[in-house]
Design a binder for this molecule. Structure first.
Ligand code: GLY
Ligand code: MN
Ligand code: MN
Length: 436
């Protein structure tokens, strides 16, 4: 399941309609990142660049000039190079950029300084995302200065710089049917990985052994991690961004796994918390049920017309009520919500947009108002309760319980769809899977 060429072409057309005649959009591919001596991280193009091009080679630049007669879509790419290709693999080259990736015209990246000022000269507005690739920003400024330097020869200089991300990120926020299909697949692979991890977990194993189960399942489906997994047992479940994943798993502890794969450039993001030995203790189950109620209340509030913050408000209400019920907060629920007393146990937000980036782009507010939910928007719903050892005012039997439950949800025309459905979520479902 891969996005077809016409999906990328449709996106470029849509962006060009918004930019209009007189505008030029310039997007660089991200650079390769060195890990340590002679070793690079696996190359993963910038999501904005890939969203519009489908092209996955570094040292590339995409240019869109709506209404330009000769060519509206121009790609600058690495030249073919038999010697380099022997080491690093095939390059598309300029021929491939036009024949396989839909560019109207393509040039070697080494020629960009000669060609781009000429393209900009015909335009009054430059659409570019400043600040993400600082070195590239310097090039853009350099090209503008080249034109300014030639003003006396009658060259025009674009007068306006416009933030491209504003338009592009709004497009990326609304997932098409094809994107939703890929996101469902990413979600499904991650669901399988979590099931595998739950089934494999035993007291005495190490967190990295459980991580290996997740990674195995991702890779055997041609997926990779969307972010470094969190596999935290016991006290580690209370560290929100725990990443060491090297401790032994103890009988009687909970294990929190926050892991999701990226499939065909789309992320999934799932958290499950379950007992290492397969059976919840009464305290673990009590906390778990509060988080589950919060997640269910949050998901129930996801539908077109509601606001971005409604799921968070619903989760906060349910968590506060639940903490009062189990005795960890004392007082009246409205007052505890107002004073944010719940933040002692629930200190993060209930979710984020998800798409090509796990924390996806898109504004959460429009002006002063929370964004109104519309079909095609995808978000995570991930309430949690964390009670590290030593939490003041909390009896010891509750210590080191950290619970988060996270699923990925798409807004649909009549409500929502849980993309990560099919993964045990209730204590009974989890115990049944682990003890079967
Ligand atoms: N895994 C990152 C997050 O849950 O936001
Ligand atoms: Mn997560
Ligand atoms: Mn998340």
């Amino acid at each position: 399941m891969t996005l077809r060429k016409d999906e990328f072409a449709r996106r470029r057309r849509q962006l060009m309609r918004m930019i209009g005649k007189g505008g030029i959009a310039i997007l660089p591919a991200s650079t390769e990142k060195q890990r340590n001596n002679d070793v690079h991280y696996n190359y993963r193009p910038d999501s904005d660049f890939h969203y519009l091009t489908g092209f996955d080679e570094p040292e590339s630049v995409a240019v869109l000039v709506p209404g330009r007669a000769q060519a509206e879509y121009i790609l600058f790419v690495r030249d073919r190079d038999p010697l380099r290709e022997t080491w690093d693999g095939r390059r598309a080259g300029t021929d491939g950029a036009t024949s396989d990736y839909g560019a109207d015209d393509a040039f070697p990246i080494g020629d960009i300084d000669d060609i781009l000022p000429g393209l900009m000269e015909q335009c009054s507005r430059v659409y570019h995302t400043m600040g993400i690739h600082p070195e590239f920003d310097q090039h853009v400024i350099g090209w503008v200065n080249t034109l300014r330097g030639q003003a006396k020869q009658g060259m025009h200089t674009p007068q306006e710089f416009v933030a491209l991300d504003h338009l592009l990120h709004d497009m990326r926020l609304y997932k098409s049917r094809t994107e939703l299909k890929v996101m469902r697949r990413a979600a499904q692979i991650s669901v399988g990985a979590h099931i595998r991890a739950m089934k494999a977990t035993r007291p005495g194993m190490h967190e990295y052994e459980v991580m290996a189960e997740l990674l195995h399942e991702f890779h055997r489906h041609d997926a990779d991690i969307a972010y470094h997994p969190i596999v935290g047992g016991g006290a580690n479940a209370c560290t929100l961004h725990y990443h060491q994943n090297n401790a032994e798993l103890c009988d009687g502890d909970l294990l929190l796994i926050d892991a999701g794969c990226e499939y065909r450039y789309y992320a999934s993001d799932i958290t499950r918390t379950f007992p290492v030995n397969g059976r919840f203790s009464p305290e673990q189950q009590a906390v778990y049920e509060v988080v589950l109620e919060a997640q269910e209340a949050a998901i129930a509030s996801i539908r077109p017309g509601n606001h971005w913050n409604d799921p968070h408000d619903a989760a906060v209400r349910a968590i506060t009520q639940g903490l009062v019920r189990i005795g960890l907060l004392k007082g009246r629920v409205p007052a505890l919500i107002k004073s944010e007393a719940y933040r002692k146990f629930y200190m993060h937000r209930t979710g984020h947009w998800i798409g090509m980036d796990v924390h996806d782009v898109g504004d959460y507010k429009v002006g002063e108002e929370w964004r109104v939910l519309e079909p095609g928007m995808c978000m995570t719903v991930e309430p949690g309760i964390y009670i590290p050892a030593g939490t003041r005012g909390v009896p010891k039997r509750w210590w080191n319980i950290g619970v988060r439950i996270e699923d990925d949800v798409a807004v649909t025309a009549d409500g929502n769809e849980i993309l990560t459905a099919g993964l045990p979520r209730t204590p009974a479902e989890i115990e049944q899977l682990m003890c079967s």
